[in-house]
Ligand binder design. Structure first.
Ligand code: ATP
Ligand code: MG
Length: 384
């Protein structure tokens, strides 16, 4: 019977949490495949997906490729774990003119032949059957895997598809993503989701300075991200009044610093209101003036109750772009609609602000009232 054999990696390390993690991973797999016809079963250390429609296989593989916590998977033939049936299955593999290697893994030690012995015996059978083939343990065209499990079944396969890795979604709490329309914040979302975090998101817009299309672009990004993290509750907040006030009352070079600090304050409030445990941003050290060490000290200092996660912090733009491409957000991120941060943008933002100077600029504003007013503009959109 044709099946998909799934492996999970890091779960092994999690001691007492293992059951919790595994239960969640299984739920996540089933949720990802909702609407598909299939049977799910477990053997120690592996999951098996079977009884699916042939023509759905490609789509199922694509969906499994988005499940965090799955290490790799293979299209395999499931057969009874007897030497005869395994050999018969292996013999179906076409090795004409090919170099190959055979790997046997025996989780079931009651299987009568030792792994190494069985691998070389199968190799001998194949060499005889395909005289033009040859064994090469390092430089092979085909790797024949025989996986003998504890359930009385064996799995024969030649392909290995890499999964997402990471930890199952929903095992690491829920955070709030600061989602702009740029390249970095969607990547930050994906990276934290890969460690098991789910997320709500907040987007600040500056309508009418920014267009409706800029907002729609953010919805599109959230939609793509929901393919990885599930439904996203998106909080959309008007930043217009805040930007206008800063523009009028503060020194231009402090515009971005003060904006960021107010974004952080609003984010912290949203976390309180929605039971969220961390703030996530797409900041990367040194990328722009607002992302120097000093700038991040000054923006981060308004947050006292939560950690701020910045998973892109040590990445080059190229590395971030490569991930954006992989998760399919790049093309949307580069659409040229104004972000709220580009409105009123100063020519020379401070590179090394201090908390004292930022506080001095902020003394010209009624921060509490601005935060409250901004929160009152909140629209909530569920995106899936
Ligand atoms: P990105 O590509 O994510 O927009 P960026 O390199 O353009 O990042 P900035 O514009 O300085 O960087 O923003 C830094 C971080 O602040 C973003 O990654 C995002 O998390 C947050 N942020 C910026 N603008 C907004 C916004 N309009 N709404 C929500 N979060 C924002
Ligand atoms: Mg940006």
């Amino acid at each position: 019977m044709k099946v998909l054999l799934l492996r999970f990696g890091e779960l092994y390390l999690k001691g007492n949490n293992r059951n919790l993690f595994e239960g969640q991973l299984i739920n996540n797999i089933k949720e990802m495949l909702a609407g598909e016809e299939f049977k799910f079963s477990k053997t120690f250390g592996r999951y098996v997906i079977s009884n699916y429609k042939d023509e759905r296989e490609g789509e199922i593989v694509t969906k499994l490729g988005r499940v965090f916590g799955l290490h790799s998977f293979s299209r395999a033939e499931e057969i009874d774990a007897t030497p005869e049936s395994i050999q018969a299955e292996v013999e179906k593999i076409d090795l004409d003119g090919k170099s190959f290697k055979v790997i046997v893994k025996r989780a079931d030690k009651s299987f009568p032949i030792k792994s190494m012995d069985f691998a070389s015996s199968l190799g001998g059978v194949m060499l005889k059957k395909y005289p033009s083939s040859r064994v090469d343990l390092y430089n092979y065209d085909t790797e024949i895997n025989v996986d003998i499990r504890m359930n009385g079944k064996a799995y024969v396969y030649t392909t290995l598809i890499k999964g997402q890795g990471g930890l199952p979604l929903k095992t690491a709490g829920k955070g709030l993503l600061l989602l702009s329309g740029g390249i970095d914040s969607p990547v930050a979302c994906y990276l934290m989701a890969k460690r098991g975090m789910t997320m709500e998101a907040v987007h600040f817009h500056s309508y009418p300075y920014t267009s409706e299309r800029a907002k729609e672009k953010v919805f599109s990004l959230a939609k793509i991200l929901s393919g990885y993290v599930g439904q996203i509750k998106l909080h959309v907040i008007s930043f217009t009044k805040i930007q206008e006030s800063i523009h009028v009352h503060c020194k231009p070079e402090f515009m971005i610093t003060i904006m960021r600090r107010i974004m952080m304050r609003i984010a912290e409030k949203l976390c309180e209101q929605n039971g969220l445990g961390a703030i996530v941003t797409g900041e990367s050290l040194g990328q722009v003036a607002s992302q120097t060490m000093q700038s991040m000290t000054v923006t981060g200092s308004v947050i006292s109750s939560l950690p701020v996660f910045r998973p892109c912090i040590a990445m080059d733009k190229e590395e971030i772009m490569a991930i954006a491409n992989k998760i399919d957000t790049y093309e949307t991120s580069i659409l040229p609609y104004e972000d709220c941060c580009t409105v009123f943008l100063p020519k020379n933002p401070v590179i090394k602000p201090t908390i004292e100077k930022a506080e001095k600029e902020e003394s010209h504003l009624d921060i509490e009232a601005l935060v409250k007013e901004a929160l009152a503009t909140e629209e909530i959109i569920y995106i899936k």
